[in-house]
Design a protein around this ligand. Structure first.
Ligand SMILES: [Zn+2]
Ligand SMILES: [Zn+2]
Length: 302
């Protein structure tokens, strides 16, 4: 299985259009101690298969595709992207769907709650439903392994199991009743018994159940709970935004220290997070603990 990180930033990206924080300014002036990042998404390909599966469709999806020759068309009207999987309905993970509207049949795997949050009460969703078979929505059942399929049911060679992860309803649905289907983790593999890629890129609290996988991509949004307040960027805490911080006694670095995961990678990193800066104490703490820090273009093979 090949994995390509298309974007490793949290919502807003790095730099973020309306942010003048130190990190975003470092990016804009080309400081070599930091790398710009687009918003959270990966592409996954099964061994021996030609097609790719996207996890999330970020608002940056068009430039992520252009930056990735494997995702370029191989014919006059073609895409090697055979399916898209959504782990939640946050706009930084789904807005890109509406950029993929050039009459290309799409296969989107999502829980019914995530699908409803995108297509219901939303006239713009009709742009993905312009002809029969334009968009096929495939239900992601919780706790049941399902094959990832292309628009006409073609096999992608990959299977997914979705499971509930503590999170929240998307900001634009605030006030709606929460459901276990609002935010899921994804376990991807080629075949039963094969190595597993575990994705948990929006996590309010580290689950108590033991975590086991060949490769873990985990929520690295914030280093500390009051990060935005400390930097004068806003009042909300990491927990208000349903993201467990990396640092601190209840943070993911401490809570996942004993997890059975040979390769662990932080992604979905907010532009406020000091782990982005080469040489920072926080970055060193993460690397010393055996974690990697995702960057756009990173390749992972399992
Ligand atoms: Zn996000
Ligand atoms: Zn910033």
């Amino acid at each position: 299985m090949r994995v390509r990180v298309l974007g490793a930033a949290a919502g807003g990206g790095l730099p973020q259009w309306n942010c003048g924080c130190e990190r975003c300014r470092m990016c804009r002036r080309g400081d070599p101690h930091i790398r710009a990042r687009t918003q959270d998404s990966i592409a996954v390909q099964a061994g021996g298969c030609a097609g790719w599966v996207l996890v999330h469709a970020s608002p940056d999806v068009l430039r992520q595709i252009e930056a990735t020759p494997d995702l370029h068309p191989r014919g006059r009207r073609h895409t090697p992207i055979e399916a898209i999987v959504l782990a939640n309905g946050d706009l930084d993970h789904v807005l890109g769907l509406f950029c993929l509207r050039e009459s290309q049949p799409l296969s989107i795997h999502a829980t019914s709650a995530v699908r409803a949050g995108i297509v219901e009460r939303n006239v713009i969703a009709r742009t993905l439903d312009r002809f029969p078979g334009h968009t096929v929505w495939r239900d992601l059942p919780l706790g049941v392994e399902a094959p990832l399929l292309g628009p006409a049911g073609e096999a992608t060679g990959l299977c997914v199991t979705a499971f509930p992860v503590p999170g929240k309803v998307p900001v634009h649905l605030a006030g709606d009743a929460p459901s276990a289907e609002d935010n899921v983790g994804l376990r991807l593999r080629e075949r039963p018994g094969g190595p597993e890629l575990l994705l948990m890129t929006a996590v309010a609290r580290v689950p108590d159940e033991p975590i086991r996988a060949a490769v873990l991509l985990f929520d690295g949004t914030f280093w500390q709970d009051d990060e935005l307040g400390c930097m004068g960027l806003g009042e909300a805490t990491a927990r208000d935004m349903a993201h467990v911080p990396i640092g601190g006694p209840e943070g993911s670095l401490a809570r996942l220290a004993a997890a059975d995961v040979p390769r662990r990678i932080y992604t979905h990193i907010n532009n406020s997070n000091p782990i982005l800066v080469e040489g920072s104490a926080e970055r060193r703490a993460v690397l010393d603990a055996g974690w990697e820090i995702a960057e756009d273009g990173m390749e992972i093979t399992l």
